[in-house]
Design a protein around this ligand. Structure first.
Ligand SMILES: [Zn+2]
Length: 186
């Protein structure tokens, strides 16, 4: 299957962050039945599936979703591999121009988010890339709560709600996608 524009945008974003990934890994979810999520993220120990309008028109992945919004194969990947599978149909772009954010923070709804299927048939929504403000470790956590990244660094005073989804490095990576695709006219 060809790589969609949305998928190429995620490649640019992750390359900018120097996050390693395996593209389109084959996952055995049952005897003689494989599924290929968009990518496997080594450092996060997670799968990332990029859905797009282009996929929805031709891809069986878009069908047979249960009430959670995940397809049966997507749920199987998480359950069989005991690793989370993050799903998004959003581009890694920012919805507001840089001029709106001089010296200011971004709100949740300005940042691309993921649904996540955890193992054991649990799922959740509103996960975002975030960065530990101390060591720079990256993760995809609920509402971009960097406190939940599994490094040994001291956490915020709250202990759980230290948000850091709009760090300088992450915003630079989102902007990089804007720049590359504006330049190419896509
Ligand atoms: Zn850290």
């Amino acid at each position: 299957m060809s790589v969609t524009v949305t998928e190429r945008m995620w490649q640019v974003f992750l390359n900018s962050l120097e996050v390693p990934y395996d593209w389109s890994p084959v996952v055995s979810i049952a005897p003689k039945l494989n599924y290929r999520p968009t990518m496997f993220l080594h450092d996060q120990g997670a799968f990332l599936d990029v859905m797009s309008v282009e996929h929805d028109e031709e891809d069986e992945r878009a069908t047979d979703r249960d009430e959670s919004g995940f397809s049966i194969p997507q749920a199987c990947v998480a359950n069989v591999c005991h690793m989370p599978l993050f799903v998004t149909d959003q581009c890694p772009c920012l919805t507001t121009p840089p001029s709106d954010h001089i010296g200011g923070d971004y709100s949740f709804n300005e940042i691309p988010s993921f649904d996540v299927h955890l193992s054991d048939n649990c799922w959740d929504r509103n996960y975002m890339w975030c960065e530990c403000p101390h060591c720079g470790m990256l993760g995809i956590e609920y509402m971009g709560r960097a406190d939940r990244i599994s490094c040994e660094c001291p956490k915020s005073a709250h202990g759980d709600k230290g948000y850091n989804y709009d760090s300088e490095r992450l915003i630079r990576a989102y902007r990089k996608v804007d720049q590359v695709f504006e330049a190419s006219g896509e």
